[in-house]
Design a protein around this ligand. Structure first.
Ligand code: THU
Length: 142
């Protein structure tokens, strides 16, 4: 799959312009790329009840998943800052649901980036399989 990372970062930067961030004034954009070279964008969407804010990465991922996408190659994000924008812990866990090998391109305002995999960003992630003993009892069996 050939897809220019610069294009994905450009899509994230364009999505950032649409951010709804009246409280923090910190705008973030993201673009997530499927293995079949489709991409979906997202921006952060804040709320007067601050904790209900959704990050750009999750907006992009949820748009993709709700379009029946499951296999992801990469995600790019930018906050238009001179620093590389790194995903928050919640977004790391949500990305991990769809694979530890997703590449995360963390870009700055100049389009420069660093890349790390989800597994690198979130070692020892929470998995349901690692807590099988806590699963509810199967009430249908005798
Ligand atoms: N934000 C993101 O969109 N992605 C991140 O990974 C970190 C934070 C947003 C949430 C909030 O709207 C603003 O940045 C300030 O925290």
């Amino acid at each position: 799959m050939i897809f220019p990372i610069e294009k994905l970062i450009g899509a994230a930067a364009a999505a950032r312009e649409k951010a709804y961030a009246p409280y923090s004034h910190f705008k973030v954009g993201a673009a997530i790329l499927t293995k079949e070279a489709r991409y979906y964008t997202g921006c952060n969407i804040e709320n007067a009840s601050y904790g209900l804010t959704c990050c750009a990465e999750r907006v992009a991922l949820f748009k993709a998943v709700s379009n029946n996408e499951r296999d992801f190659e990469a995600i790019a994000l930018t906050a238009g800052t001179s620093e590389f924008c790194s995903p928050c812990g919640a977004c790391r866990q949500v990305l991990a649901e769809f694979g530890p090998n997703i590449k995360v391109y963390m870009a700055n305002k100049d389009g420069e980036y660093v890349m790390k995999s989800v597994a690198e960003l979130l070692p020892d992630l929470f998995k349901i399989g690692s807590c099988q003993e806590n699963r509810p009892l199967d009430t249908t069996s005798p």
